[in-house]
Design a binder for this molecule. Structure first.
Ligand code: NAD
Length: 252
């Protein structure tokens, strides 16, 4: 590689744990500069120390904090150039993992939990795109972490499923316009991955999970995928990733 080629510059949200942390590790291993974004300052700083990534605290559901992040990127202090790889990955379920599954049901959702989940899962992607898209040059790539629950029913947490369907719809709808700017966008739709988001009641001894590293591999590959606007499902590490097309989508 020529010494003049600038390394990729990744921004990863929800980077301090689970899938996001695995993506930070994989991107750093590939030689990229990485800005790890998360509300968890303890884990975010530890990951930065471990990997050499930069860490910034940012609540992805807060537009003002996104604007502060962009101000930081514009500042001389950052000296990173324009981002080339964006992974909008932060997400939560409607209830914390340690409560009974009955609390995940629609009737049990408090207004506070509902607003919080929508702000992370939906606003977090919308605000990230609104603030970062103006910075991107042709050749940039975006992956948004949706979920299998963004394509199929997920009766355990119906409101989470609704929020992930929103991410899939946004990715599908933005892709044609972004293609005119030579920017790709993909929805990552994993089945069960062993991370902190999984309700403890689902972590039974027979449950089968993929690892965050399995999904990091997908994210690395999707950043180079030219077929844009698709929903990529990964159910098991030993089976291929595949696309679930929108009704009427005859491409590919
Ligand atoms: P995780 O809990 O390990 O990681 C989520 C990260 O998001 C945490 O570090 C958390 O601090 C961060 N976060 C939460 N709210 C935030 C906010 N407002 N701003 C910034 N960061 C915030 O869980 P994970 O499984 O790695 O989740 C990553 C993504 O994968 C989520 O979008 C999740 O919905 C999705 N997903 C997970 C699974 C699974 O089975 N684990 C399956 C499908 C999709």
């Amino acid at each position: 590689m020529s010494a003049n080629i600038k390394p990729e510059f990744w921004i990863v949200t929800g980077a301090a744990s689970g899938i996001g942390a695995a993506v930070v590790r994989a991107a750093r291993k590939s030689g990229a500069n990485v800005l790890a974004v998360d509300v968890d300052q303890t884990k975010g700083s530890a990951l930065a120390e471990e990997t050499g990534a930069l860490y910034r605290s940012c609540d992805v559901g807060d537009l003002t904090q996104w604007q502060q992040l962009v101000d930081y990127l514009d500042s001389e202090q950052a000296d990173l150039g324009a981002p080339t790889r964006i992974h909008l990955n932060a997400g939560i379920q409607i209830a914390p993992p340690n409560v009974p599954l009955s609390e995940y049901q629609l009737e049990a959702a408090t207004l506070e939990r509902y607003r919080r989940m929508m702000s992370v899962n939906v606003d977090g992607v919308v605000f990230g795109l609104q603030t970062l898209l103006p910075l991107l040059a042709p050749g940039a790539a975006i992956v948004a972490t949706a979920s299998l629950a963004g394509l199929t029913p997920y009766a355990i947490d119906p409101l989470y499923a609704m929020s992930k369907h929103a991410v899939v719809g946004l990715v599908r709808s933005l892709a044609p316009d972004l293609a005119r700017r030579c920017i790709t966008i993909h929805a990552l739709c994993p089945g069960a991955v062993d991370t902190d988001i999984i309700p403890h009641a689902q972590k039974t001894k027979d449950a089968q999970f993929m690892t965050p590293a399995d999904l990091a591999k997908d994210v690395m590959e999707l950043m180079a995928e030219t077929e844009s606007g698709k929903s990529w499902v990964r159910l098991r590490a030993d089976k291929p990733r595949y696309v679930i097309r929108a009704p009427g989508d005859k491409t590919g």
